[in-house]
Design a protein around this ligand. Structure first.
Ligand code: SF4
Length: 422
């Protein structure tokens, strides 16, 4: 799945055995989720990618019931409440035959706090249940203020009604963001790609592939340059000069000057010196964090100022949104720690790898978060992280900005200039 496909995230929430998996199957038109009267059949969130006519591409979350007792139930609840953070629309499923609605109130409260859109689905298991809706709304006035539909979730004839209800009431707030807002048609853009032990054979990394595709799609010309970082940084003069000469000869072969270079962040020490003044320079990491965060690069730039105020003993969290194999001179585990040892003595570095993020309370322990480009997670997931960080007031920045900052203020200004933020 390309992350260039922006999807609305629709979560189905409610208690056990309320028909959430049936609604998942109604929406996806197939048996995506197992349906069984056994309480707790959905033990973990199930995801489905789908296309809903007039809504567009969506990711649907079928979540576990929030009323399961036991320690395992607590874990499931935590996961469900985390899922709400990533959804644009929360479908709250209710069986009107229930006599109290604490669980539903909890879900609605959380979704409201997070400014999520909410729709109520009353699932009717027998004909009398429909008559109980009014009673349930009297008991819980909050339900009166939400748009609702009544259906039988295990009857596929309700599919169209449900989809029409979603189309009529859900307004997508996902605005499309451009990968390179500064791109101009008919211009050349150079992708600086050092290939090392971590580079997978047979394909570009996602930020590189996305950049190439975006530039081509927009009628401009991507040109790649494989930089030999070992030679470019070599202590042997001949090797260093050879690599620089090879780069300059590549550049001189253009009849028309390239408009910008997009470099792997780890090559900033080289590209800051080699990229001529008349050509813009930025990094893949900065490009991705701006794109996935839907234009919040400014907030990541503000976070970089925290580096000046760090004191010995402060904690900094290095965050990577995936679990790629870490070999060789890995940025997160080798290069950034080495830079800290050299430039920020006494700072305690910790890591958070993968798709799960720290709890709010844990986040308070850190003075700064340094996040990777985030190319393997959705905008909703990254925005949920930003929301958590802003809630506890922890500044955050990004790998590309950090590695440019280490080269000096001018280098930092250079890589943010294409984004009109300096
Ligand atoms: S999610 Fe982060 S660490 Fe993983 S490949 Fe993308 S930028 Fe790199």
């Amino acid at each position: 799945m390309s992350v260039l496909v922006e999807r609305d995230h629709i979560g189905i929430f409610g208690r056990m055995n309320v028909g959430k998996s049936s609604v998942m199957n109604l929406l996806t038109q197939q048996e995506t989720s197992i349906i069984d009267p056994t309480p707790g059949t959905t033990s973990d969130t199930k995801y489905a990618l789908s296309e809903i006519h007039c809504v567009g591409p969506v990711k649907i979350y079928d979540t576990a019931g929030v009323d399961e007792p036991s320690l395992l139930g607590d874990k499931k609840r935590k996961k469900v409440f985390n899922d709400i953070k990533e959804c644009d629309l929360a479908l709250i499923m209710i069986n009107p035959a229930f006599i109290e609605f604490k669980s539903e109130e909890g879900l609605i409260k959380k979704a409201r706090e997070l400014d999520k859109q909410i729709l109520i689905i009353y699932n009717i298991f027998n004909d009398d249940d429909g008559k109980k809706i009014r009673e349930c709304e009297q008991k819980n006035p909050v339900l009166r203020f939400c748009k609702k539909i009544t259906l039988k979730a295990n009857d596929e004839r309700y599919r169209k009604e449900l989809i029409d209800f979603i189309i009529a009431n859900f307004k997508s707030k996902n605005q499309k963001h451009e990968l390179f807002p500064f791109l101009e048609k008919d211009e050349y853009y150079v992708l600086i790609i050092p290939m090392d032990a971590e580079t997978p054979p047979g394909r570009y990394l996602r930020p590189q592939a996305m950049s190439e595709e975006y530039i081509t799609r927009n009628w401009a010309y991507p040109v790649s340059f494989r930089l030999d970082l070992g030679k470019a940084r070599s202590e042997i003069n001949e090797e260093r000069e050879f690599e620089e000469k090879r780069f300059n000869s590549f550049l001189n072969d253009f009849k028309k000057r390239p408009k910008a270079m997009i470099t792997d962040s780890q090559a900033m020490d080289i590209m800051n010196r080699w990229c001529p003044e008349d050509i813009m320079l930025t990094t893949f990491s900065i490009t991705m964090i701006n794109y996935i965060s839907r234009g919040k690069l400014k907030e990541f730039i503000e976070g970089i100022n925290t580096l000046k105020n760090l004191k010995s003993g402060d904690r900094v969290l290095v965050v990577e949104a995936c679990n790629h194999s870490r070999i060789g001179e890995d940025i997160g585990t080798v290069q950034i720690p080495n830079y800290f040892k050299k430039h920020f003595k006494g700072i305690v570095l910790e890591h958070n790898f993968g798709r799960e993020f720290q709890e709010n309370e844990n986040l308070r322990r850190y003075k700064l978060i340094i996040h990777c480009g985030g190319c393997m997670i959705s905008s909703q997931k990254l925005l949920a992280r930003i929301h958590e960080l802003e809630a506890v007031g922890i500044p955050f920045t990004n790998y590309g900005l950090f590695l440019a900052y280490l080269q000096g203020r001018e280098a930092l200004n250079k890589v943010i200039k294409p984004w009109n933020l300096c």
